[in-house]
Design a protein around this ligand. Sequence first.
Ligand SMILES: Nc1ncnc2c1ncn2[C@@H]1O[C@H](COP(=O)(O)OP(=O)(O)O)[C@@H](O)[C@H]1O
Ligand SMILES: [Mg+2]
Length: 500
Amino acid sequence: MPAGQQPILELQGITKSFGGVEALRGVDFALSPGEIHGLVGENGAGKSTLMKIIAGVHTEFSGRFLIDGAETHFRSARDAHAAGIAMVHQELSVAPDLTVAENVFLGNQPTNQLGLVQWRRMAREAGEQLARFGIDVDPMSRLGDLPIGLQQLIEIARVLFSGARIVILDEPTSALSPPEVERLFATLRRLREQGTGIVFISHFIEDILRVSDTVTVFRNGRKVAETASTATSKGALIEAMIGRGGEVLEHSYNDELMLPRPSNSSVVLKVDQLSLARSLKDVSFEARAGEVLGIYGFMGCGQQELSRILFGKLRPDGGTLAVDGKARTFASTAAARRAGVALVPESRRAMLFHQEPVYKNISISILDRISSLLLKPAQERDIAKRQVQQLQIRPPVVGLDLGMLSGGNQQKVALAKWLTYPPKLLVLCEPTRGMDVGAKNDVINIVRDLRAKGLAIIVLSTEPETVLSLADRILVLKRGALVREFANEPVSKDRLLEAA
Ligand SMILES: Nc1ncnc2c1ncn2[C@@H]1O[C@H](COP(=O)(O)OP(=O)(O)O)[C@@H](O)[C@H]1O
Ligand SMILES: [Mg+2]
């Protein structure tokens, strides 16, 4: 912060907990007019929570909150809005059923003397604003019909042009293409000239260093560093983000890990020059039998789209897929399954039947392959019992409704399905997210068993720990393109973050 200047916003000793969990502990934070303040930290560090306090979303917390030097307490997001604070949330908060123009002017529509909305003026001005931002779209189209990346851009434009004095952008660039990021930065710099205070959160540290004046690092609910952007580096920021030494009990993967020599077993999946609209660009790789291939990248990097293409839920715009040397174009998930591809998506809920007993959930994939007429209920239970034992599913009762099990045990059930009649290729999305250490280790062991059976396994994750704990070889996906392969070499969390 430039010396002698009064901050527009100042937070002192902010502590916030959710139930028993302390999300923020004694955090100080200040923002000056005409400052771009970058915020970095691992997932769960507390960045969004602090921003939601500033934006009036969380109103219960302890500590002091000052605007223009005066102590303030917002009771709602509306109060924050009235004080000139606008935020683009990490989760899109657009109104999909309204038009683009209505979204741009949300809660702020131009009216005439009679209080009627001036539609034509609104559409024209919305169109002009968006054009300044490089967005060419009919202001009267329904927002929900546009691609997600474009919806995100429109949301950003709305906030940037709202006239707010304090603008908060929480991970806005994850789904943006490089030219869109450039346009965003040009606009941020223009707003800075006009004296707007801006907070910018991103996982892309190069972006943070390029656009911010100041960078603050969060770790575990605390502010661990604050520095001028010109006085730090990507490496130093990553080090501050992940910390050093034994402060975390769980294996933190801060140390180097040696990846094995790449497998030369048969190629199960060959992906060549795959591309998809805004999401994937010329993605080529191979997955081999008996190998776990990790694909790491930030949220929005194209992982989800890739997994959906592999499982026949999305058609790519270009490129080819081959399974066991046979070219495939999956017209449906059924076609992908017949070719031997199985997917365990992140939202496991979609794949499991919570009102059905555990054994049914396990046998469902089996019924897919052999006629249900051939499988007697007793057999069905026997197969399930063996798997429940092998996988240490707790409690080991196959008749229990699946919904009664913990998330980790549900994930084990989701994987158990593939042990009896293994597919050729198993695609796992965020296989250990939100699990306790015990369940994570169980899942790691199941994946290793599946690998030993000769399956080709692809693990897609936004958590470095997940790919480091599972993968034999790691690809880094960045804004839809593969930018780095780690194989037969040392790898660590900071090296992954550095590459992404
Ligand atoms: N609404 C909520 N209810 C309960 N816990 C929450 C809520 N929001 C965040 N948390 C928890 O607070 C911590 C910080 O989360 P968050 O601020 O979202 O981190 P970041 O934005 O840095 O990834 C995490 O442990 C998260 O699980
Ligand atoms: Mg966040």
